[in-house]
Design a protein around this ligand. Structure first.
Ligand code: ADP
Ligand code: MG
Length: 259
């Protein structure tokens, strides 16, 4: 379980996160939705201290990290437990696909190259890129690049996977292949926090849906509660804007409840 308490983050005078609390149990999938600029990316980045919160506590495995004064050791430890998939992939352009996936293992984990290669190859097979191990990112489509990003995150075997709008930079016809790979990961029982605008996907995979606006969590609940029994007017307005058909019946919900 990861417990996040009272995360605050300010950039200059702009208070971007105003006290975010979230508990994610092992094996849960939480999706975060909300308008552009509401602080979703900043929140995810705070969770692995790519951004240092001004205030807040993250508890994971009985370890409690005071985010405003994390020690180097805490930061390293937390980054081992979490892995981020970025909207813009963030691949090394001068490294091959498999070298990109090995990087976190050989550098941060000091793993032997041979062992890292075996893990990286295995993860790339899982995302369907066994034919692209020695290709360079420039030779890949956006969907393939993002699958490399996902394989890289999986390779370090994190406790929590963080996805920041993983399909937002893709041409529409490439979105499906990335969502398919994410569905496979959901089925493995991984703990995932996903920022997305893919509402059908969010309905289908989430244990909890969180609607964020202006640096606060406005509404939170099961997909059925948030999408079909929306309580807060602000959430309703957002849902109407992004998916005018949002009152449609919920589709197949693939997950069993987490105990
Ligand atoms: P979202 O992901 O929901 O679109 P972001 O977390 O990216 O929102 O941004 C929230 C707000 O914080 C925006 O107004 C953005 O301009 C601001 N912001 C984000 N990162 C920085 C930064 N490094 N410096 C200054 N302002 C930032
Ligand atoms: Mg964002």
């Amino acid at each position: 379980m990861i417990e996040i308490k009272n995360i605050h983050k300010r950039f200059g005078m702009h208070q971007v996160l105003k006290g975010i609390n979230l508990t994610v149990h092992k094996g849960e999938v939480v999706t975060i939705i909300g308008p552009s600029g509401s602080g979703k990316t900043t929140f995810l980045r705070c969770l692995n201290l790519l951004e240092r919160p001004d205030e807040g506590i993250i508890s994971l495995h009985d370890k409690v990290i005071n985010c405003s004064f994390p020690t180097k050791k805490d930061t390293r430890w937390l980054r081992k437990q979490t892995a981020m998939v970025f909207q813009q992939y963030h691949l090394f352009t001068h490294k091959t696909v498999i070298e990109n996936v090995m990087e976190g293992l050989t550098v941060a984990r000091k793993m032997r190259k041979q062992d890292a290669y075996a893990i990286a190859e295995n993860e790339l097979i899982k995302v369907g890129l066994q034919d692209k191990l020695n290709a360079y990112p420039s030779q890949l489509s956006g969907g393939q690049k993002q699958r490399v990003g996902i394989a890289r995150a999986l390779a370090i075997n994190p406790d929590v996977l963080l996805f920041d709008e993983p399909t937002a930079a893709l041409d529409p016809e490439l979105v499906g292949e990335v969502l398919e790979v994410m569905l496979d990961i959901v089925r493995t029982g991984a703990t995932m926090i996903i920022v997305t605008h893919e509402m059908e996907f969010a309905k289908r995979v989430s244990d909890q849906v969180v609607f964020m606006d202006e640096g606060v969590i406005v509404e939170q609940g099961t997909p059925d509660e948030v999408f079909h029994h929306t309580k807060i007017e602000r959430t309703k307005r957002f849902l109407r804007r992004v998916s005018p058909e949002y009152l449609y019946e919920i589709k197949e919900h693939i997950k069993e409840p987490v105990i």
